[in-house]
Design a protein around this ligand. Structure first.
Ligand code: 5RP
Length: 229
């Protein structure tokens, strides 16, 4: 049985894909909602004959793109891309977000930064008044894992190493790093927290995405919430 959340994710994905135009280079986000986006882009290529190149933000996005028939390119060939469509774990009213539930935060942030427009998709449960119920993913160099952990504690966070479900030990990202999921409680200044975290040697990236989203589609059973910058 298809749940309302799966239907909502698909609905949000279809709304976001309306932003894709012929000859666009599109950043392909990661996660289950972004997968619907990639599949729909594949359908447009197959059935409507549009030309699109995708820049995948993870190995998962790459595999979904290959499976859906979306041709791929790289940031080396296209350092500026037309559009990025991605999911999120939390979005607030200012369109600031927590991302990285799927562990792809670093490449997702790089791809989002390279895009002229960033469109975010999800179901309505992603909308929050204040960021922070979802722990902030922080990608850290394995060599610096213990020192990063100690510095995060000094910043008031409770870090938990993300453990793999399919194998023993830590999750290793597409970049060969670890992820610390950090409980900071509710976050009053995401931009400042992001800045503090990025000053810690060994921190590769954080899941705090501040002022990156332009449009957000969050679908619910009876419609769709659209937030714009
Ligand atoms: C991956 C992400 C995802 O976009 C985020 O976790 C949302 O995933 P889903 O659409 O499956 O809820 O940031 O790193």
């Amino acid at each position: 049985m298809v749940t309302w959340r799966e239907e909502a994710k698909r609905k949000a994905a279809l709304a976001a894909v309306q932003h894709v135009k012929d000859d666009f280079v599109v950043g392909l986000g990661s996660g289950s909602t972004a997968a619907y986006v990639i599949e729909e882009i594949g359908r447009l290529i197959r059935e409507d004959g549009i030309h699109v190149l995708g820049v995948p933000s993870s190995s998962q996005a790459m595999m979904v793109a290959v499976h859906s028939g979306v041709p791929l390119t790289t940031l080396d060939e296209h350092p500026v891309i037309d559009l990025d469509i991605d999911g999120a774990d939390e979005v607030d009213g200012k369109l600031d977000m927590i991302k990285g539930g799927g562990g792809a935060l670093t490449r997702e942030k790089i791809v989002a930064h390279a895009a002229k427009q960033v469109v975010i998709v999800g179901d309505e449960t992603k909308l929050v008044e204040k960021l922070g119920a979802f722990k902030v993913p922080v990608e850290a160099l394995p060599f610096a894992f213990a020192t990063v952990k100690a510095e995060i504690k000094k910043l008031g966070g409770k870090p938990f190493l993300r453990e793999s479900k399919g194998k023993v030990g830590a999750v290793v990202t597409d970049n060969g790093n670890y992820i610390l999921d950090v409980d900071f409680g509710f976050i009053s200044d995401a931009e400042e927290l992001n800045r503090q975290l990025k000053l810690v040697p060994g921190v590769i990236e954080t899941g705090l995405f501040v002022r990156l989203a332009d449009v957000v589609y969050l679908a619910k059973p009876d419609g769709i919430i659209k937030l714009e910058k």
